[in-house]
Design a protein around this ligand. Structure first.
Ligand SMILES: [Zn+2]
Ligand SMILES: [Zn+2]
Ligand SMILES: [Zn+2]
Length: 312
């Protein structure tokens, strides 16, 4: 008797020849029910109550108990495998193999090249655009890089198993601390051991460079309590533009930062009246409304910041 084996790895595998037909006449109700459910009943099996059915979509032979044919929907595993393969494709994955330990799960090849294990249901929802499938290896790498940029090493899961938290080690003092991942991203937290945090009262001037469409480089001069966070989580959030932080000049207070920034824009307007980038060149590419300069303004901006740096 052939085993109830999933045909994914052998889609052409036919069970004909291995079927043990009883030769008894088929029940007409079963034949009619099978037809309504996409199968053609081809005979009764010696195993009591079992029928052999042919899937009308893919011609695979399927065995089903007569009660299943009458009252439920027999499944063609070959068609189901095709459905899973297509859903995976639509979700940007490649179905590799089923998980032998759990029939709801399978292994998929993600676009990044890592193999991930996911529930079919999640893959189907992703294919419909209702869910997302993120590679945990890449995600962990991203978290590690984010933490490193802030001077912390990612150690592992939160000690209290909170899903949005991770355990980190502060590079400068060695203390371990759980931090919400969102806070690690935005930098809105401090080390509870050495107390190092970005003081709320402090601020900084920054210079950023953006690569816009049409090969235009743009320079932004502004102020922020946390320039790196401003760049990543505000200016470039949800857009395709790339950008980098060129320079940060710390300011003692937010008020000094605002005052100095205003004065600098005024100086640039006087000394280089054509430096402002027209809005149409960056509209929709970066989440900012004003004060982007042509790349040509960078030497002047750097010079102005040099003049100020010793005092700041
Ligand atoms: Zn089928
Ligand atoms: Zn990956
Ligand atoms: Zn510390």
């Amino acid at each position: 008797m052939p085993k109830e084996k999933f045909c994914l790895d052998h889609p052409q595998e036919s069970l004909v020849g291995e079927l043990d037909f009883s030769g008894n006449p088929m029940n007409e109700r079963v034949v009619a029910a099978a037809r309504l459910k996409g199968f053609s009943a081809i005979g009764r099996l010696k195993k009591n109550g079992y029928y052999a059915l042919r899937c009308l979509s893919c011609f695979e032979i399927v065995r089903a108990r007569h009660s299943v044919v009458l009252h439920c929907q027999p499944t063609c595993k070959s068609c189901l495998a095709g459905k899973h393969r297509n859903a995976a494709k639509a979700a940007g994955l490649q179905l590799l193999r089923r998980d032998p330990d759990n029939r709801q799960h399978a292994f998929f090849l993600a676009a990044c090249g890592h193999v991930i294990r996911r529930e079919f249901d999640l893959v189907q929802r992703t294919a419909r655009g209702e869910a997302g499938v993120r590679c945990e290896t890449c995600l962990a790498e991203e978290h590690r890089t984010t933490a490193e940029a802030r001077g912390w090493d990612l150690i592992g899961p939160d000690t209290e198993d909170r899903i949005n938290y991770r355990l980190y080690r502060h590079q400068s003092c060695g203390a371990e601390q759980s931090v919400a991942m969102a806070n690690m991203q935005s930098g809105r937290f401090g080390c509870s051991t050495c107390g190092t945090a970005w003081p709320a009262s402090r601020s900084a001037l920054y210079v950023m460079q953006f690569e816009l469409k049409g090969n235009v480089s743009a320079i932004k001069l502004g102020f922020s309590r946390d320039p790196q966070s401003r760049l990543t989580y505000q200016l470039l959030s949800g857009v395709e533009t790339t950008g980098k932080l060129l320079r940060v000049v710390e300011m003692q207070t937010g008020a000094t930062a605002i005052r100095t920034e205003k004065a600098l824009h005024k100086r640039i307007a006087t000394e280089m009246p054509d430096a402002l980038l027209p809005q149409r060149l960056f509209q929709g590419q970066i989440r900012v409304r004003s004060e982007l300069y042509y790349q040509a303004a960078l030497p002047l901006i750097n010079q102005l910041l040099d003049e100020l740096e010793p005092a700041a």
